[in-house]
Design a protein around this ligand. Structure first.
Ligand SMILES: *Cc1c(COP(=O)(O)O)cnc(C)c1O
Length: 341
């Protein structure tokens, strides 16, 4: 066999170190009252808000592979970053605690409102409870540099830190969503559900890149639409595509086609983590009809987008749409005043 051919032999997911951290499989359930209320497609929710790790969310799946890699490297500490109310940082703090690793978080105050609830409650409270050390930085600071500086300081003390970039969105982290795609397909098959569309909130890109790669691996072409919560459409799609290509390379499979990457940035509002009236409406509607909690930064905005597509009849009766709930409702308490108004 020549080198090129061998390089194209797909690597099984089991070839990668992985630690069991998430409660899997997460439930796939119907949203009957929301579907009836909207009179459009039949809606389902994939409950990745129920993965565990101090309240759940999509980062648990990525962390299974990232921390598998960290343990293999002999790390005693994990360093990661995020916005002040980062769900990724909170799940990393919980995972590190569960594995007996030290955890340091570089948290960036991107809003700079000085709001005490935003700066100390919800995810931040949990970070502290789990024993993480927090390094608070401002909007203009370079978080990657801050993490690297801290890694070197620890190294000088004889420690070994594993650095996880924003959102855990590396090719290794994305493997969590390659696996999730397989899990979802298996659940759909078991209940004879034909999925017409998967919809979710997208930010650092690992979720969509992993899902699209996992679907390709299973030779399924279900469209995946991600509502961006920050970047403009073109930039978001480019980022997802680039990460999907790297993830495919890691697995030794052919990369997905660029056309498969679809983002929508129409529901971002004024910017990342800045509330919109549509988000508030969507969070209220889903809570009142289904008792299901969304979040102000990610899933609330994605659901606002989904509601709009249904209103515009781009998604219609007879279709089966899965909303991938990526978590985040823990942050609701940090946004109390937004919902009180
Ligand atoms: C991180 C996060 C996302 C975005 O996932 P990416 O893989 O970063 O695109 C969506 N929803 C919630 C609740 C998150 O914490």
């Amino acid at each position: 066999m020549n080198e090129d051919v061998r390089a194209m032999q797909p690597r099984d997911l089991s070839a990668f170190p992985r630690v069991a951290l998430a409660q899997l499989p997460t439930p796939l359930t119907a949203l009957p009252r929301l579907s009836a209320h909207l009179g459009g497609p039949t809606l389902y929710v994939k409950r990745d808000d129920c993965t565990g790790l101090a309240t759940g969310g999509n980062k648990a799946r990525k962390l299974e592979f990232l921390l598998g890699d960290a343990l293999r490297s002999g790390a005693d500490t994990v360093i990661t970053c995020g916005a002040t109310q980062s769900n990724h940082a909170r799940q990393t703090a919980a995972a590190a605690a569960a594995l007996g690793l030290a955890c340091e978080l570089v948290l960036q105050d991107r809003l700079e409102t000085g709001d005490i609830e935003y700066n100390a409650s919800a995810n931040v409270l949990i970070d502290r409870l789990c024993g993480a050390t927090i390094h608070a930085v401002g909007r203009r600071d370079d978080v990657m540099q801050a993490m690297e500086r801290r890694r070197l300081e620890l190294e000088a003390q004889g420690r070994k830190a594993y650095v996880i970039p924003t959102g855990g969105s590396t090719p290794v982290g994305s493997l969590g969503y390659v696996a999730a795609a397989g899990e979802l397909l298996q659940q759909a098959r078991a209940s004879s559900l034909h999925i017409d569309r998967i919809v979710h909130a997208g930010s650092s890109s690992g979720t969509q890149a992993g899902l699209l790669t996992g679907l390709a691996l299973a030779r399924e072409d279900i469209p995946v639409l991600a509502f961006s919560v920050g970047l403009p459409r073109q930039e978001q799609e480019d980022r997802v595509f680039s990460l999907a290509c790297q993830t495919a390379a890691l697995l030794g499979i052919t990369a997905i086609h660029r056309d498969r990457v679809v983002a929508n940035s129409d529901f971002v509002g004024a910017g990342y983590a800045r509330p919109t009236p549509e988000m508030v409406e969507a969070v209220r509607l889903v809570a009142r009809l289904e008792g299901l909690l969304l979040d102000p930064v990610y899933t609330g905005k994605a659901m606002a987008g989904l509601l709009h597509l249904i209103e515009q009849r781009q998604l219609v009766s007879g279709m089966h749409v899965v909303f991938l709930h990526t978590g985040g409702s823990t942050a609701l308490n940090a946004y109390r005043s937004v919902f009180d108004r």
